[in-house]
Design a binder for this molecule. Structure first.
Ligand SMILES: [Fe+2]
Length: 334
């Protein structure tokens, strides 16, 4: 177990037994957590006005306000509604366990807890909490991205899902790791969010765009990058958002980057995005058949696209991934 993986997360320990409090604090501080303590429920509630812990570890039996009352009070506050909460108690009776479970308490450890028990419970809870946060974030972002796409017309309704599915298939083909896949997913979800800054009359125009309109349209990667910059969860998606319209031959936008100067993920996303755009109905033209779109992707290898990415797409095509995804994102596929 790595003792330095705590990332300085702040934990709140609520415990009326000073010896126990010190023991817990030492173990957790020794593992890199920042620990703040309270001797009872009332003190803990006061502390929570200043400190925002990543997790609360609380005794049940305490004078004044006990752990159960504290838990209920914290859950009623908007800022405390989602904080992971672990009960630590010497009692460990059936009633306590039932009471905790009925309240939906995340976890329960009995004293005397070993170092491993304590750290395992804390790490598991923090990790679960991160995962839930990430899932919620993705769901919200996907809804926002779909709403933005919808301004351009119904045909783009599943654009985000489709682009992500094609991109993930290609990335697996290229052997990307979990971290890269996660960044790619955020990139796929968010690549066009900057279209929120482009007037609807341009997005949904039925004819070709004039020069000024094109100039406006070409700003969407820049707008999108501004929208997400500074958010640590979305850092890895930023280069994908900003550069998904760059071209291998340098004729793309916004920066006209050439070849390998274009971020890797953006080169991949460009293929997935373009394939889905070509195979979707537009206000000014019907969808291209997928074999025609595939031919166009191959033709653009070394021109619009990185040949390596085209090869990955080609392998997905021959494996049947593209056909499967194409079918699953058709408007009538549910
Ligand atoms: Fe775009």
């Amino acid at each position: 177990m790595n003792d330095t993986d705590a990332n300085g997360s702040t934990l709140l320990i609520v415990e009326d037994d000073p010896a126990m409090l010190v023991a817990f604090r030492d173990i957790l501080e020794g593992s890199g957590y920042v620990v703040t303590t309270a001797a009872n429920g009332k003190d803990a509630l006061r502390l929570l006005q200043e400190v925002k812990p990543a997790l609360i570890l609380s005794d049940i039996a305490m004078p004044g306000m006990d752990g159960i009352e504290l838990y209920k009070a914290i859950r009623q506050r908007p800022e405390g509604a989602a904080v992971p909460f672990i009960f630590v108690t010497a009692r460990g009776t059936r009633e306590d366990i039932f009471a905790a479970k009925a309240l939906g308490v995340d976890d329960y450890i009995t004293k005397p807890a070993t170092r491993t028990e304590l750290l395992t419970a804390v790490r598991a809870r923090l990790q679960r909490s991160d995962e839930l946060l990430l899932l919620q974030l993705k769901a919200v972002l996907r809804a926002m991205a779909n709403a933005i796409e919808a301004r351009a017309g119904v045909y783009t309704l599943r654009h985000v899902e489709a682009v992500n599915a094609y991109a993930q298939a290609m990335a697996l083909e290229l052997g990307w790791d979990e971290f890269q896949l996660e960044g790619l997913e955020f990139g796929a979800i968010l690549h066009d969010v900057g279209k929120i800054g482009v007037p609807e009359k341009i997005l949904s125009k039925e004819g070709p765009l004039d020069e000024d309109e094109w100039a406006e349209m070409r700003m969407h990667p820049v707008y999108g990058a501004h929208m997400i910059e500074g958010n640590p969860y979305l850092d890895s998606a930023l280069p994908l958002v900003l550069h998904h319209h760059e071209r291998w031959d340098g004729k793309g936008y916004p920066d006209g980057l050439v070849g390998e100067a274009i971020p890797f993920g953006a080169r991949l996303l460009a293929v997935a995005d373009t394939f889905h755009a070509m195979t979707s109905d537009r206000a000014y033209r019907p969808a291209l058949a997928s074999d025609k779109a595939f031919e166009e992707i191959l033709y653009q290898s070394g021109k619009q696209f990185d040949p390596q990415m085209v090869e990955a797409f080609e392998r997905c095509w021959h494996r049947g991934d593209v056909a499967r995804i194409h079918k699953s994102v058709q408007p009538d596929s549910g």
